[in-house]
Design a protein around this ligand. Structure first.
Ligand code: NAP
Ligand code: GDP
Length: 324
């Protein structure tokens, strides 16, 4: 079969280009020489097109005529937003993903790299979890809407390959940390919410309140490390099967350890309370990065302490413009 990838320099459309991961990819492309000669990279936000709407999705693809797509756009949020809005997470993400993948197909896009997440893995499972286990049982009840929508991307990718031979694939990042995150205390992910909470507690001289027991464990990848890996996947990775992009199992940390790292980075010396009336969510979702290591034994990840320090620095310097 003829390669569906168009010849010549790539024109890459990045959906969700204004978010945490999109901004990291933009940084790698624009500031680290990630762009090859003749290439064009377009970073979209929801202002360019609401991808829930098929007409707006088609219009933006017609406007830019990409050869390649990195599909990051999604309704995303931390545990406590998921608990309130499973239906919205399910419906918006099903629509966004179907619109993007089908429009990519209709406009002749040769390769799409979409973004899944390690929180879509089965709740009852053995550890570490790998790429072959995505569909082996229901996801955790806290975020089942988002998880089922994301799992369908993997199903869609297989179907686009089976019926049309397209190289539509997906990456599975674990929790991400970095500049340009959503630092909302109510709706953000754990590290960004806790960075903002700690910043406020220090400013106001009030105690820091952490949700849950502090016992759950997570693997965090620095957004710039992830950005570089996603670009590698776009250029080099030929499988339809997804690939986990994560630090090793040995780098998994507890939420309590995260709190201590943030307190140190922001020089917070006040009281810390754990509000055990709030949900802990998934206790762990330990992912294996063995497949990534087989492809990329050279990879060195930014240590979490450094990643948190840089993110805190960005938040303090960009407080007025940061999402929060
Ligand atoms: P983010 O910072 O909240 O960014 C979300 C992006 O999606 C923004 O560019 C946003 O545009 C865009 N978007 C949202 N709804 C849209 C819509 N209806 N139409 C068009 N664009 C829309 O999220 P992120 O953390 O970078 O997430 C990027 C991808 O990584 C997602 O697919 C997510 O599932 C995945 N992921 C994230 C994590 C994590 O820890 N953050 C972990 C694993 C996987 P606006 O800026 O205009 O709102
Ligand atoms: P998850 O990794 O998909 O579960 O999502 P989050 O990034 O929201 O992380 C949730 C974990 O962090 C849970 O164990 C929470 O109890 C814990 N956590 C502690 N404080 C906070 C907080 O202020 N916000 C959030 N989102 N999670 C917190």
């Amino acid at each position: 079969m003829e390669s569906p990838i168009k010849a010549g320099p790539m024109r890459v459309l990045v959906t969700g280009g204004s978010g945490l991961v999109g901004k990291a990819i933009e940084h790698v492309v624009e500031q680290e020489g990630g762009k090859l000669e003749g290439e064009e990279w377009i970073f979209l936000s929801s202002k360019d097109a609401d991808l829930v709407d098929v007409g707006q999705t088609r219009a933006v693809f017609e406007k830019y005529r990409p050869t390649h797509v990195i599909h990051l756009a999604a309704k995303v949020g931390g545990l406590y937003l998921h608990l309130k809005e499973n239906l919205h997470f399910l419906r918006d993400n099903l629509k966004i993903n179907d619109n993007v993948l089908q429009t990519a197909h209709e406009t002749g896009v040769g390769k799409v790299v979409s973004c899944l997440s390690s929180c879509i893995f089965p709740d009852k499972t053995t550890y570490p979890i790998d790429e072959t286990m995505i569909h082996n049982g229901p996801p955790h009840a806290s975020n089942f809407g988002y998880s089922h929508a994301k799992r369908m991307i993997d199903v869609q990718n297989r179907a686009y390959f089976q019926q049309y031979g397209h190289c539509y694939t997906a990456v599975i990042p674990t929790n991400v940390v970095g500049p340009h995150d959503n630092f909302s205390i109510e709706n953000g992910h754990v590290l960004s919410a806790l960075i903002n909470k700690t910043y406020q507690a220090k400013k106001e001289g009030t105690p820091l309140s952490v949700c849950g027991s502090g016992a759950p464990r997570r693997q965090f990848i620095y957004s710039l490390d992830l950005g570089r890996l996603i670009i590698w996947v776009l250029r080099e990775y030929k499988e339809i099967e997804p690939i986990i992009l994560s630090v090793g199992e040995e780098d998994e940390v507890s939420i309590k350890e995260c709190v201590d790292i943030i307190a140190k980075a922001l020089d917070y010396k006040g009281e810390i309370h754990y509000d055990t009336s709030q949900s802990d969510g998934q206790m762990k979702k330990t992912a294996s990065n063995a497949k990534l290591r087989r492809y990329r034994p050279d990879i060195v990840f930014t240590p979490l302490t450094e990643a948190v320090k840089m993110t805190c620095g960005w938040f303090e310097s960009n407080y007025d413009i940061a999402r929060k």
